[in-house]
Design a binder for this molecule. Structure first.
Ligand code: IPE
Ligand code: IPE
Ligand code: MG
Length: 250
């Protein structure tokens, strides 16, 4: 399987050897943040989008090589038409506005999730941002947009079944190494640390397969209030954890 070693430099920054290399964030709490201020939910989404830049920028100093952020789930279509349309327009604006800055920071951007339901203009911008940052070897930023872990596994299984039907894959060879090759995240390592803001202790269909052995942090901060300092503190406490992966230390 392709791993991060194919993607470029994997050296951690000095002094952060024990920190997480791949952090995935469920950016939750925008709506409540806005409501607490007597403002519409979209006001919170705009404030949330503005937090992303600082978090991306602090990654190199924290030794975070991969950052994956949950922007829109396959379940979020259940929201009002006004909120969904507002979010889609925010994504378009975010990509157009941040394209230059991300490229200048040597950030490579990838999107995961199913594009089929997204509008053509947004898909074109996503393609452009991926293309524009393709050669960048700094922070590997993955944006989960219309992403659901179950949907991803179902789409992967469909492709795998097609390969079996076409005689390209022997069912006897299907194992834990095979399936992830069909996932949207096939070029990424599994997340070391998954953070969810806003006090909810659930994963809401995020990276189901990939987070089997991730460390979790559920914090009360609402996403628009999240800071680089808070991420640094989470990375420090990650460094103190004992990851056993089922084994017993001798
Ligand atoms: C997270 O914030 C952003 C998206 C799901 C798009 P929410 O919109 O879920 O905010 P809360 O949870 O309602 O406060
Ligand atoms: C998860 O948050 C999805 C994103 C952050 C994009 P939700 O707010 O949609 O999750 P639930 O509904 O509280 O589980
Ligand atoms: Mg929420």
């Amino acid at each position: 399987m392709k791993t991060d070693t194919d993607i470029g430099d994997t050296r951690p920054a000095e002094g952060v050897e024990r920190g997480p290399r791949h952090v995935a964030i469920i950016m939750d709490g925008n709506g409540r943040w806005a409501q607490a201020r007597g403002r519409p939910r979209l006001f919170g989404h705009h404030a949330g989008a503005r937090r992303v830049r600082e978090v991306v920028e602090c990654c190199p100093s924290l030794g975070i090589r991969y950052l994956t952020i949950f922007a829109f789930s396959t379940e979020n279509w259940k929201r009002t038409q006004v909120e969904v349309a507002g979010l889609m327009s925010l994504f378009r604006r975010y990509i157009s506005k941040e394209m230059k800055a991300l490229a200048a920071q040597n950030v490579r951007v990838r999107f995961i999730g199913d594009r089929v339901r997204l509008d053509k203009k947004l898909i074109a911008l996503m393609d452009a941002l991926e293309r524009e940052t393709e050669g960048n070897e700094g922070t590997q930023l993955t944006i989960a947009l219309n992403y659901g872990g179950r949907d991803e596994v179902a789409r992967a299984t469909k492709r795998l079944a097609r390969d079996v039907a076409d005689g390209k894959l022997d069912p006897a060879d299907v194992d834990e190494e095979t399936l992830p090759k069909y996932l949207d995240t096939c070029v990424l390592p599994d997340p070391d640390l998954v953070v969810r803001t806003s006090g909810e202790a659930r994963i809401s269909n995020f990276l189901l397969w990939q987070s089997a052995y991730s460390e979790y942090e559920f914090i009360d901060t609402l996403w628009p209030d999240f800071t680089a300092e808070e991420l640094a503190a989470l990375c420090r406490s990650f460094g103190a954890r004992d990851r056993r992966f089922g084994a017993v230390k001798t």
